[in-house]
Design a protein around this ligand. Structure first.
Ligand code: S3P
Length: 452
């Protein structure tokens, strides 16, 4: 997407009016991480993969279009969010005719880098204004260690250019210690490892989401993991194959978090959120919000398609500020903008540290949230790796979302406790992860008015 298109498309403002009560029984859309991987692994598998619960957000559609551009036939998503992928095996992709447009999606560009590093044709990837500023060195470094012919711009940002392997070349297996707790980097290296000679290992310094390991296993590709002194070490041997299967994508806990926080901060009411993914590497927000005194009841726990899911019953609660446990940071990494709203509505101070990764998400989420909260009358102190938020009274005002879907949705739910209207600018990117957010929010009792 060009910068011009970015500007033209970014015209959606949301006006959020105060409201007191929430109630409802809702389903949130499919998990973004699982939806991306289901397309990628389905494309690289032998046979036809059926996906249900796919997230029809722009990020996952970007992944889908990328594989279509490399010769993979994909049907859907239909109105029930089913997708069919006609896989062509690990060596079945073909050279795309043009640059691959990745839009806003960091997960797509980083996981694709690992897959494309193993191909024998040239590819180029870039995205929108936000993605084109994000660091790619974290995936380029290990891929170059594996012998991949892959580069980013001199400042480490997209475009990512992969000139492909020569006919007699293969990637070399590496034993890589991740410099940061990142599931995207771990997944990138493991996916490249499928194309390498020998066994590639990645050790993570903190627990990160394990959807890649789980889903590769579901597709029949062997993945091993052991605990080491430096952290969990995950290993993959090159040369095995993926076999098509059926994937049930659970509801996205990251999207559910906006409604958890809405249910907790509303002056009255209860929201039930059904079929939420409860993968243990993703439940940091529930841990944190429960420690803040949030009433979140986890019910009906079950397994669906290899991932644990549950229904969450969330009730209005008097929240208290806490010192967030650093071990919960990678387990809640996408949920902090919403958690910051809970902190703004809590009594006392909430302190977060060890979260410098928040500065390189779709926006600098520490600064973007602090700026908006201060505009709405909340006291914040910003640190390089975190923030202190003193709970108080949210007022009214205009906040920037910095093109970041999760910043936009977080300020939208903050209206439940504001004294006046909140105007949120640049909200188009809400559609990257949660296309029906405004409708669902209004259904449970918020008053969000989108204006183009
Ligand atoms: C993701 C990993 C996380 C997360 C992103 C999705 C994934 O990024 O923030 O939204 O699907 O692997 P990092 O790995 O950079 O922490």
């Amino acid at each position: 997407m060009s910068n011009l298109q970015d500007k033209k498309n970014n015209t959606l403002t949301i006006t959020a009016k105060p409201s007191n009560k929430v109630s409802g029984n809702i389903l949130v859309p499919g998990d973004k991480s699982c939806s991306h991987r289901s397309i990628m692994f389905g494309a690289l598998a032998e046979g036809t993969t059926h996906i249900s619960g796919f997230l029809p957000g722009q990020d996952c559609l970007a992944t889908m279009n990328t594989f279509k551009a490399m010769g993979i036939e994909i049907e859907g998503p239909d109105s029930e969010h089913n997708v069919t992928v006609h896989g062509k095996g690990l060596h079945g992709l073909s050279k795309p005719e043009a640059l691959l447009d990745i839009g806003n999606s960091g997960t797509s560009i980083r996981l694709l880098s690992g897959i494309l590093a193993g191909q024998r044709f040239e590819t180029r990837m870039a995205g929108d204004n936000s993605l084109n500023k994000r660091p790619m060195g974290r995936v380029i470094t290990p891929l170059q260690l594996m012998g991949a012919n892959i580069t980013a711009a001199s400042d480490g940002t997209p475009p990512v250019v992969c000139s492909g392997l020569a006919a007699d070349e293969k990637l070399n297996a590496i034993d890589y210690l991740l410099p940061m707790a990142s599931a995207q980097v771990k997944s990138c290296v493991l996916l490249a490892g499928m194309y390498a000679n020998g066994t590639t290992s990645v050790t993570e310094p903190g627990i990160t989401r394990d959807h890649t390991e789980r889903m590769l296993t579901a597709f029949g590709y062997p993945v091993k993991s052991i605990e080491t002194e430096q952290g969990k070490k995950i290993s993959i041997e090159g040369g095995h194959k993926l076999t098509a299967c059926d994937i049930q994508v659970p509801g996205d806990i990251s999207s559910a978090t906006f409604f958890m926080v809405a249910g907790l901060i509303a002056k009255e009411g209860q929201i039930t959120i059904r079929n939420v993914g409860m993968n243990p590497t993703r439940i940091g927000a529930i841990n944190i919000l429960q420690q803040m005194n949030g009433k979140i009841l986890v019910t009906n726990e079950r397994l669906a398609g290899g991932e644990p899911v549950a229904d969450l019953v969330v009730s209005s609660s008097p929240l208290k500020g806490i010192d967030i446990d650093e071990r919960d940071v990678p387990l809640a990494i996408d949920e902090f903008p919403a958690i910051f709203i809970a902190a703004a509505c809590a009594t006392g101070i909430t302190r977060l540290r060890g979260a410098e990764e928040l500065r390189v998400k779709e926006s600098d989420r520490i600064q973007a949230m602090a700026d908006g909260l201060v505009e709405l009358g909340i006291d914040c102190t910003v640190y390089p790796d975190g923030i202190d938020i003193t709970g108080g009274q949210l007022t009214s005002g205009t906040v920037e979302s910095h093109d970041d879907h999760r910043i936009a949705m977080s300020f939208a739910i903050s209206s439940l406790r504001a004294t006046g209207e909140i105007t949120i600018l640049e909200c188009d990117n809400v559609a990257t992860s949660f296309p029906n957010f405004v409708a669902l929010a209004n259904q449970v009792g918020l008053t969000l008015i989108p204006n183009n």
